[in-house]
Design a protein around this ligand. Structure first.
Ligand SMILES: [Zn+2]
Length: 245
């Protein structure tokens, strides 16, 4: 049995027997880990009590004993290393933030590692105050695009998904079944949605910029909605489960 120290974010916690807690984390190495904190609820008065530190929307440091054959690891301690209390300030904000976290872990399969997905969630927390001032359709679209990209479902946005050729200035389409943007020379797949070069450029921008810069995109509310709509359709087609509403 090895002792492990990892940063992680809390996904879920539940009471186990009378005084213990089981918590599930997404760790910095990009995998989900379930940890049992024995007697956690019996020591709530202590400052270093796991019960007090198991909070959502914070970077936690979890120390636990790992036995690979076990589904639930044995926890030693948990501490808050970076907190984002503004996300927990009211119920509505928590619901919005939880939607991002729940959606991001859908592609994370047991035993797989996606450290970039952990990084994306932490980046979202760190930029939270800026994000609330930006068009939410764009934030959601960029978030889905990032998660798709890091989990191996990146849509083609730099070249044609069908012929792999350069993207044309006219006749662009976005097709989930074809795998992204389709050029003007290729026939339109049945599920394609017509897009302008501006929408194509917006997708490239969203993938290559931090969330807080999304406000620099000069898109109308209608264009922002379209960007969101095509990312949700792509997600539904490839991940199979709709993103959390
Ligand atoms: Zn083509």
């Amino acid at each position: 049995m090895a002792i492990k120290k990892q940063k992680g974010i809390l996904l879920f916690k539940t009471r186990f027997r009378t005084s213990s807690l089981i918590a599930k984390f997404l760790t910095e190495s990009g995998e989900t880990v379930s940890v049992l904190f024995k007697g956690a609820l019996a020591s709530t008065g202590r400052r270093d009590s796991p019960a007090a530190n198991l909070v959502p929307f914070a970077v936690l440091e979890i120390i636990y004993y790992e036995k690979e054959t076990r589904e639930v690891q044995t926890g030693k301690s948990v501490a808050i290393v970076e907190d984002f209390p503004q996300i927990r300030k009211d119920y509505e904000t928590q619901v919005v933030a939880a939607k991002f976290v729940k959606t991001a872990i859908i592609p994370v399969k047991e035993g797989d590692r996606y450290p970039e997905i952990y990084d994306t969630i932490v980046a979202l927390f760190r930029q939270w105050d800026d994000i609330t001032r930006i068009n939410q359709d764009l934030i959601w679209a960029g978030f889905l695009l990032s998660i798709l990209n890091f989990s191996g479902f990146a849509p083609a946005i730099h070249h044609c998904a069908v012929c792999q050729g350069q993207l044309t200035e006219t006749g662009l389409k976005f097709s989930p079944s074809a795998g992204g943007i389709v050029c003007g020379n290729c026939p339109a797949p049945e599920d394609s949605i017509n897009i302008t070069p501006k929408i194509k450029d917006a997708l490239v921008f969203l993938l290559s910029n931090p969330f807080r810069r999304y406000g620099k995109l000069n898109l109308s509310a209608k264009e922002s909605r379209l960007v969101r709509e095509i990312m949700e359709k792509f997600w539904n087609y490839h991940i199979g489960k709709p993103p959390h509403k």
